[in-house]
Design a protein around this ligand. Sequence first.
Ligand code: SAH
Length: 397
Amino acid sequence: MTKERIIKANPKYIQQFQKGFPLLNKENVTTSMESVQDGEIFKLVDNKNTFIAKGYFGIQNKGRGWLLSWKEQEAIDRDFIFKKIQAAINQRLHFFYNEDTTAFRVFNGEGDGFGGITIDYFDGYYLIQWYSKGAYSFHEEVMQSLRKLTDFKGIYQKKRFAQEGKYVEEDDFVEGTRPSFPLLVKENGVQFAIYLNDGAMVGVFLDQREVRKRIRDSYSKGKRVLNTFSYTGAFSVFAALGGASQTTSVDLANRSLSKTIEQFSINGIDYEAQNIIVEDVFKYFKYAVKKELSFDLVILDPPSFARSKKHTFSASKDYKDLLKEAIAITEKNGTIVASTNCSTFNMKKFKSFIEEAFKETTGKYKILEEYTLPEDFKTLSQYKQSDYLKVAFIQKL
Ligand code: SAH
């Protein structure tokens, strides 16, 4: 057996690690990690050299590696990885049997016991995402597990490690057959056009499934809906199917126009009856105020960080101002769906942005409901940052 590298925990963090905190960071160890190899297994010990846990090295934007086992005798090998993936699949069997929803997350990194790797399911095709070179060093073990545990039609992958979580451009096909794209999948009966071979984003963010359903089922009928940072228009499609009198989708990216047209069309909706606008959201807000436009439902789902020609938007700094812009064009008693995937602040902080935004504008509001990640995006209670999604349905009173 090869000798495992020993890493010493910073005494301040020993207890956290013992309780199952899974991320290895520079700050929470005292050993230098300069010469470590991607994918190398290490043992984490306390100041008396007592074993705490073992894991692997892999540099990603979230740290230097992941802890995987708190049992000294447990080997990190093919069998270990097989069992983790098997357990993850077994917990999601009801998704595999659901005919109305054929896209979901099968394996969610540290939430399923192996940080740095996620696996999504798209109607028989699997998409593996590797978040570090270290994670990728286990690709043969992961592939063997998928061959044994599933009868996949094909496997694709995204290597998100060009540098710190950036995507490596390539065709992404790994094994099996290639579908013709777009691959059509369903979510609660609604179709999505998926492209597994065309860049980092495949056409849908699966973590918003419950929010989309809620918008369709309870918030859209007869409403004028504004969907900002709309990407492929997923929220607009659900709103239209829920009976919205009109939807407006706004996104800066040129690709969003054709993608949104496609998204409406595959669901039998006449896209020409909808507004699809390629523009900076902040510019659109100004235009809407000038034209005295107003909406019954405004959806805000910005990236955590984005730079456009005129604007830099950072959710942790600018969400309050974004809300203020939305409040100005939302009807009294209308609803704002405020969403963020920013992991640097929690729901409490997010609610403080909401509180301040209303205090500085129209005053009264009511939070009608809140959402976090759905169950297939399994998280670890010992690692709060992994529970990144925060969505509030806010009524403007
Ligand atoms: N809400 C979408 C996902 C949003 S992804 C969904 O549910 O599918 C973030 C999107 O914000 C990207 O499509 C990006 O092009 C867009 N974006 C980033 N900055 C923007 C800006 N200033 N104005 C408009 N769109 C922006």
